[in-house]
Design a protein around this ligand. Structure first.
Ligand code: AHR
Length: 660
């Protein structure tokens, strides 16, 4: 697959669609339009969200202050005292765990006689991305004894040390209160910091220090980064799975994700360590915690905003089997199952129910209309299915309409997977989550994976997949075009088998260029900008060109599944009256194809061709060159009911044809 960029390649690519010099036209491809086949589920292409690679804190959650409540294991992480002094008594961490178990720590600043000015700084998540003319909302909880008189001067400081924004506040009163003030940045800077100077005399206690940009998604105060949400919205995803991934499981049960601890007032959401913090020795991230500023309410809201079905995944009484493998005893599963029942009430219950009331108080009286729920993440073995069965029984008894998602373990073809397949015959999940982290070749070879699938077996949720250019968990994996194109080839097989494959999502979703643990990832970002990888564009093109029903697309009576490196699938969109063809060419040759549209209907001559391609298989987008490989649209003219197509080397093409 791999080949180097040469002048020959470049010339060759420039000649693409118009000059079929190097390849003979193959036998015609027949698309049968008048016999639509299986419906394609509206949920077919979706999103997998996990707080890995600074995906939430430091990523889509727009808060810029790291360790805002001084609750990290090392409570001064992210903070430094600016003014050199041997006297540490000016900035100490107090602990009130007797009074406040959830948010026990706060910082005490003391300005004694002779010290009338003192400052601390927060470095953000690998710096703070600040944009010129953008408003920033600073807030802080403070308590000041009556005899103290202290003014806070809040300054945005650029990486070079310039002052690029300033405001001030003067908190008063012993009672803890929230103080807020806005400032406008005078300069754009990728890695700024926030300095708080204290002027006056006495003591001030502070907590929940926050700086949130004004330009969040929909301008929400505890909001999300608009550019990142926009990339998700642009995919028009059918569903969003959250909050993971292994984060659901935790390293151990204590560190598992507990949705009830992620709702309500921000200061009442108990921070925990992020399980990706020290997972990989080669990518240690000791400052990675979950503040839960992005919690379950916000996930549901995000799903609603981008028109995706929410798919929460809950811990099933098992911690990560790759780590502690800790499990809850079977007779102690009630709290876990109750969490699931309560979540359904939180999402869908009337405002006068216990959990529906909390959702209402948080600002959403209408139900979120959750239809699906995942039990456990990537669990395996008898331990998993024993626990899954308990959930299935309890949930189906109380909420028979909720569709359950079960797992199969980490691999798509190993012994654990085969065991799961056997057990699942006696269970009743709506879909079963399969994971494929495999080399690009596996994806091309598995484009036929579901062609001969036992139709009596379970429906598939291809819940986590990504071609690995090196090997799973290698820090050298790249989001290169070879991987993306191989995923596209595989996805034609998923689409062709939409009668059994109901849902699919690439994983993981996000990665901060300076703070990632896992690669490859769909969307990369720094503190200011973000970009879609080649894999992102493949996902997006499938999703926005989904269609409503599969059509048969055959050459010599066989689907195109890699013979001569070509892969294809076809669909009809009954809502727009369009035929949608998807063709993947994984070779370095132009492939000339004649596609016969078999139909009694009228075909309009003008069609739209979208091509995602690269001259070689190893190209990729980067933060510096984010659109090196991106889709390009053109109009094409059909000859009656024929599409004559020169399929570019290393390309993924989508053709939309109007019918009447
Ligand atoms: O996507 C990264 C991890 O891969 C997920 O957390 C886990 O489910 C899988 O092993």
């Amino acid at each position: 697959m791999k080949c180097k960029i040469t002048v020959f390649n470049l010339l060759f690519t420039a000649l693409l669609v118009s000059t079929p010099l190097f390849s003979q036209t193959a036998r015609p491809v027949i698309v049968n339009i008048d016999k639509p086949m299986a419906p394609i589920q509206p949920t077919m292409w979706g999103i997998f969200f996990e707080d890995i690679n600074f995906g939430a804190d430091g990523g889509i959650y727009a808060e810029l202050v790291k360790n805002r409540s001084f609750e990290f294991y090392k409570p001064r992480t992210g903070w430094k005292v600016d003014v050199a002094s041997n006297d540490s008594s000016h900035f100490v961490i107090q602990n009130r765990s007797e009074l406040n178990e959830i948010n026990p720590r706060f910082a005490r600043i003391t300005l004694t006689e002779g010290v009338s000015k003192f400052s601390i700084s927060n470095s953000g998540f690998r710096g703070m991305g600040i944009k010129q003319n953008n408003k920033y909302n600073f807030s802080i909880l403070a308590s000041v004894p009556p005899e103290s008189n202290i003014r806070l001067i809040i300054v945005l400081v650029s990486e070079k040390g310039e002052k690029i924004g300033e405001t001030s506040i003067t908190p008063k009163g012993k009672e803890w209160k929230k103080y807020e003030s806005g400032l406008v940045a005078t300069k754009t800077d990728l890695k700024s910091s926030l300095r708080i100077s204290f002027e006056g005399k006495g003591i001030i206690d502070i907590d929940m220090v926050s700086l949130v940009p004004g330009d969040t998604w929909k301008g929400r105060p505890n909001g999300l980064r608009a550019d990142l949400v926009q990339l998700l919205a642009d995919m028009k995803p059918g569903f969003i799975r959250f909050p993971g991934g292994c984060i659901v499981e935790g390293y151990d049960l204590k560190g598992r994700y507990q949705w009830k601890k992620t709702i309500g007032n921000i200061e009442d959401r108990q921070l925990i360590v992020n399980r990706w913090n020290t997972e990989f020795a080669h990518r240690l991230t000791p400052d990675y915690y979950q503040s839960f500023g992005l919690g379950f309410y916000e996930y549901f809201q995000l799903a609603e905003d981008i028109g995706a079905e929410p798919l929460p995944i809950l811990n099933c009484g098992m911690a990560c089997q790759f780590n502690s493998a800790e499990v809850a005893e079977l007779d102690q599963m009630d709290p876990y199952i109750q969490d699931a029942l309560d979540l359904i009430e939180f999402a869908n219950g009337a405002p006068d129910t216990k959990w529906g009331k909390i959702r209402t108080q948080m600002g959403h009286p209408a139900p979120f209309n959750m239809k699906m729920l995942g039990i456990g993440n990537e669990q395996w073995g008898p331990q998993y299915f024993e626990r899954y069965s308990l959930f299935e029984k309890a949930i189906k008894t109380k909420y028979p309409d909720i569709k359950l998602v079960s797992g199969t373990g980490p691999g798509p073809d190993d012994e654990l997977f085969k065991y799961a397949q056997g057990v699942l015959k006696n269970l009743n999940p709506y879909v079963v989550d399969e994971h494929y982290y495999r080399p690009p070749l596996w994806f091309r070879e598995n484009a036929t994976r579901y062609d001969n699938y036992d139709r009596r077996s379970y429906k598939v949720f291809a819940g986590e997949y990504a071609a690995q250019s090196q090997f799973t968990c290698s820090p050298d994996n790249k989001n290169n075009w070879d991987c993306a194109l191989s995923e596209a080839a595989f996805m034609t097989g998923l689409e062709r088998n939409a009668d059994v494959v109901y849902m699919c999502s690439y994983a993981p979703l996000f990665a901060h260029v300076d703070a990632w643990q896992w690669t490859p990832d769909l969307i990369w970002f720094n503190n200011l900008t973000s970009y879609g990888t080649t894999n992102y564009y493949v996902q997006k093109l499938f999703s926005i060109n989904k269609g409503t029903n599969v059509l048969s697309m055959l050459q010599d009576n066989k689907p195109l599944t890699g013979e001569k490196g070509l892969y294809a699938s076809a669909a009809v969109d009954n809502r727009t009256n369009e035929i949608i063809l998807k063709i993947v060419n994984t070779t370095d040759k132009i492939q000339n194809n004649s596609i016969d549209l078999k139909t009694s209907k009228k075909i309009l001559p003008k069609a739209r061709l979208t091509v995602l391609k690269n001259a070689t298989s190893d190209g990729l987008n980067t933060i510096e060159n984010p659109e090196a490989i991106k889709p390009a649209d053109q109009e094409i003219t059909l000859k009656g009911k024929k599409v004559e197509l020169s399929v570019a080397p290393y390309s993924f093409s989508v053709i939309r044809i109007k019918i009447q």
